[in-house]
Write a protein that binds this ligand. Structure first.
Ligand code: KG4
Ligand code: ZN
Length: 335
């Protein structure tokens, strides 16, 4: 079995996975959303301190499996360096005391392998990765051949939901609450600019849209009687923002399909839970006869089961990381 650790942002998670069968024996995650919500985003130092409390608490429940462990896997990049460090430090301590090797796992590969938890890999596959930190189209041929064909130039898809939510004082994370409000809103009420609409490039950008939403909110606040938005106005802003944010992704993804229709396509990452995005991607794949793969909703956001799933593949090819080389890397562009 492999014990895997995830602490790249605001989720402390541990999993135990059986190497031969890929079976997920144990998984637990303690999220810090409530503690960060008052700040409208993740506060790295607070997140690190919360990991210090949560990780050992979960580890206690895993003690019974220690004798069966063959390796310790840990996310070491990308993410917040102060929070990654908490998982890496625990992984090193476990590796030393149990005398078993370490496997450093790339968090983005983890999101991709969230598709294959307790399943065989389906590769090659083109992946749309939409999380709080990333918006990318990746052509994945194998575990070690992953080519990023499009990225965001500024904010990510998930991050733009978080920032709009902060502007509307709806708390953190923004994705689920904006999706909920959008259901009650009129998506045609306000016109927002679709980013990079005229650009022939397959690239993403969310800073312009974010700014347009900020200006819209300011205008509505000024025109209201008491300087506040009504519940209906909030719902309308959410619906129009979500529609435009997804329209941007869809426009660029359609461009990609035109160049190269993939046989297999998948959406992964925390924001892949977005129902509006899912349904439009489903339609696109159906039209092109492309098979669509989606992670279970419970494995879209950060978790340790996906890290364990990558670690099985690394274990099979003896891709262990020497103790002194397991460092944290907050920004990694290439796999
Ligand atoms: O993958 P994840 O848990 O963490 C990162 O690796 O970044 O993704 C978290 C992000 C947050 O920005 C959150 O607002 C977004 O995913 N998210 C959503 C939805 N659920 C979560 N964004 C849009 N719609 C959703 N339903
Ligand atoms: Zn993530």
């Amino acid at each position: 079995m492999i014990l895997s650790i995830e602490s790249s942002c605001d989720d402390s998670a541990l999993a135990i996975t059986e190497i031969k069968t890929k079976k997920l024996i144990y998984h637990k995650k303690i999220s810090q959303e409530l503690q960060h919500s008052v700040y409208g985003g993740v506060v790295p130092e607070l997140a690190a301190r919360l990991h210090v409390e949560a990780l050992p608490k979960i580890l206690e429940e895993c003690e019974g499996y220690f004798k069966d462990l063959k390796a310790i896997a840990v996310t070491n990049a990308p993410g917040l360096s102060v929070t990654l460090m908490e998982g890496v430090t625990m992984a090193k301590a476990l590796s030393l005391s149990l005398d078993i090797p370490l496997i450093a796992v790339n968090h983005l590969k983890g999101h991709i392998y969230s598709l294959f938890i307790e399943k065989d890999e389906v590769l090659p596959c083109t992946i749309l990765l939409v999380s709080g930190g990333h918006t990318q189209i990746i052509e994945a041929t194998s575990l070690n051949e992953m080519n990023i064909v499009a990225s965001t130039m500024d904010d990510s898809f998930g991050e733009s939901f978080d920032k709009v939510s902060k502007m509307l004082k709806l708390g953190y994370p923004g994705g689920p609450v904006i999706q909920e409000y959008a259901l009650k809103g009129d998506e045609n009420k306000y016109e927002l600019p679709i980013p990079l609409r005229q650009s022939p490039l397959i690239e993403f950008s969310y800073s312009g849209l974010k700014n347009a939403v900020r200006l819209l909110i300011e205008k509505l606040e000024k025109s209201g009687n008491d300087g506040f938005l009504s519940e209906q106005q909030i719902a309308d802003v959410c619906a129009c923002f979500q529609k435009t944010a997804v329209a941007h992704i869809m426009q660029k993804t359609k461009k990609y399909f035109k160049l190269q229709t993939p046989k297999n396509f998948a959406i992964v990452g925390g924001a892949s839970a977005n129902i509006y995005l899912r349904s439009q991607i489903e339609e696109l794949c159906e039209k092109h006869n492309t098979t669509l793969y989606l992670s279970d909703l419970k494995y879209c956001s950060d978790n340790a089961a996906m890290i364990g799933r990558v670690a099985i593949e690394q274990y099979k090819i003896n891709d262990f990381t020497p103790f002194h080389e397991v460092d944290v890397y907050s920004k990694v562009k290439v796999f």
